[in-house]
Every structure is written in structure tokens, then in C-alpha cells.
Design a protein around this ligand. Sequence first.
Ligand code: GNR
Ligand code: NI
Length: 173
Amino acid sequence: MMTIRPIIILPDPLLRLVSKPVTAFDARVQALVDDMFATMYDAPGIGLAAIQIGVTERVVTVDVSPKEDEKHPMAFINPEIIAVSDELNIHQEGCLSIPDYYAEVERPAAVRIRYHDANGHDHEMDCEGLLATCIQHEIDHLNGVLFIDHLSRLKRERVIKKFIKAAKRDSDD
Ligand code: GNR
Ligand code: NI
């Protein structure tokens, strides 16, 4: 059974937790990955970290294939960046946990990652372009870091304030 799960939104404090490594590659992790794909495609988003559905485990799903192309689902368990390029890249980012806010973020243009697949097998992968941006955004989530943390303090605090107000309004009505 694949379940679309609710995505948590700023300023939910869960978004600031450091997620725990997966230690057992069992049916439960496979079910979590399946739910993450269902939730990510439904949103729709090009990536999702488990914490965004309230699960504090180091699990990421990504699909950066163009909408009109075939799906190319990728799951990364316990992903780690093992090398970064000197070259940087600026990309406009958004986040399903910070809806309708977009800003340019500078990150390494290419990264090499190490990760496990859902069966526990070890892999390394070179990422560039949108995939490099996305996987860095997702690994940030596993460490409680949001893309707004890469912006100026003024921009970041403005966004956080807006979402705190929106959450208050929602709890008042
Ligand atoms: O859907 C998403 N798009 C996106 C665009 C640029 C850089 C990163 C992303 S990830 C985001 C989905 C999300 O919030 N993942 O955590
Ligand atoms: Ni995000």
C-alpha cells in the first residue's frame, strides 16, 4: 500500500531535527520509500526527505526527470557527500515545506555521493546540474538545514516570520 502523507511546513520544529541513519533495510524502509515517492509525485516535487513527512530517518527520494519524460525514481538511504566541485552554481530553489517561496542559492555545481539503496547495497554516484542541487537540498534536510539558511539573515527571518504568522492565523480560525 502506497500512502500519500501530509507534508510538514515551516515553522514545524521537526524540520530542524537531525535525522538518524537507517540500520535495517527491511520491509518497513521499503514501505517508507514507497510512501515518499507517492507523496513526492503527488505534491509534485523533484525531491523529498523523510523528515518532511515527519519521519526522522536518513531517507531521500528524488526524480529530476522532465515532467513530459518517463519517471526516473531514485531512493537514497544514508546519503553522504564525499566530494564537491570547486565550481559553484546558482539555482532557483523551492521547498515543499516552504510553499510558494523561491530564491537563488549558490552551491557546488557537482558532488559525488555515497549511499545505500533500499536493499542496503552500497553505491557511489556523480551528480551535476539539477540533480546536484536537489541532492544537496535533500541532504541538508537530513541535517535540519533548509534552503533559506543559505540566504541572508534578513531574507531568512522575513520568510520565517511570514510562516509563523500564517500558522497563528490557521490556529486562530
Ligand atoms: O520540488 C522541489 N524543487 C526543488 C527545486 C530546486 C531545488 C530544490 C528543490 S527540492 C523541492 C522539493 C523539496 O522540498 N525537497 O526537499
Ligand atoms: Ni525541501
